[in-house]
Design a protein around this ligand. Sequence first.
Ligand code: MEV
Length: 311
Amino acid sequence: MTASPTLSPRATACGKVIVTGEHSVVYGYPALAAAIPSSLELTAEPGPADQPVHLRIPAWDIDVALDPDTDHPVARAALEVLGFSDGPLRGWTIQGQTTLPSRAGLGSSAALTVALARLCLGQDADLATVVDASLAGERVFHGQPSGIDSEVAARGGLLRYVKGAEVEAIPLRHPLSFVVVPSGKPRSTADQVAKVRARHDRFPMIIRPVLDALGALVDRSISAIESNDLDHLGELFNIAHPLLASLDVSSWILDELCDAARNCGARGAKLTGAGGGGCILCLPQDDPAALCSALQDRGHAPVRIDLEPSS
Ligand code: MEV
């Protein structure tokens, strides 16, 4: 008799911010993303043996039974991950703890699918297998994602990503801080990606050069980070935001937030992730705390991301 599948007691995964290259990455251009470390922790314990696996993440208002007949998107995505990873379908309760907001462009769904894969496969499971399992769930949420969110959620660090190519870890020689500002407006990645596709198909001769420019920004951003030329990186952020807006993925809230961040002293600001709502990403001057407090004074809720030099 084969043993019934089991789960590890604990697994974690990272959130992410896309530094540059969102949307153009879907069309095969590079993108640069940074992990938000240990953003989600899942713990698993045995539950009633005859009941479907139950998933609870109070911070995201998730409380679902992974019933094979469900049409709940989170449950369907989770079932895809468990199915891919040969995980159990009954007899477990999974609890999640997180400080990451959901549906805000910070990789919450990839964090969930990566952590679920790790509950099934082990926290130290082979990264490529974890990413493939995560993508099985991500396709339920996002249709045809580029895969960048799953790679960052699984690997952590600062990554240059091209769809279908080997992921490149970018070593950091200097500390690097970003400030994320949530708009408070949720959005759907799949809808935003579909909007870009529609505009691309209607105006290919106009939109292709925009995607070329967004792609070209990525390796310039990496060079600016490598040489610690943060004014240059900030300028690239300020170029990226209107290019993304021309793809129809900004909104008045995001435009206003970017202006507010620049007026509060940010070197640069751009939307991050799919856009529409979600968050902006700012590059502060040398003191990120000063930018955070200026943004707080204006009623925003900035979050610092501090990346340490690679050891
Ligand atoms: C979402 O985090 C980033 C997008 O480029 C979509 C994707 O890469 O799948 C908008």
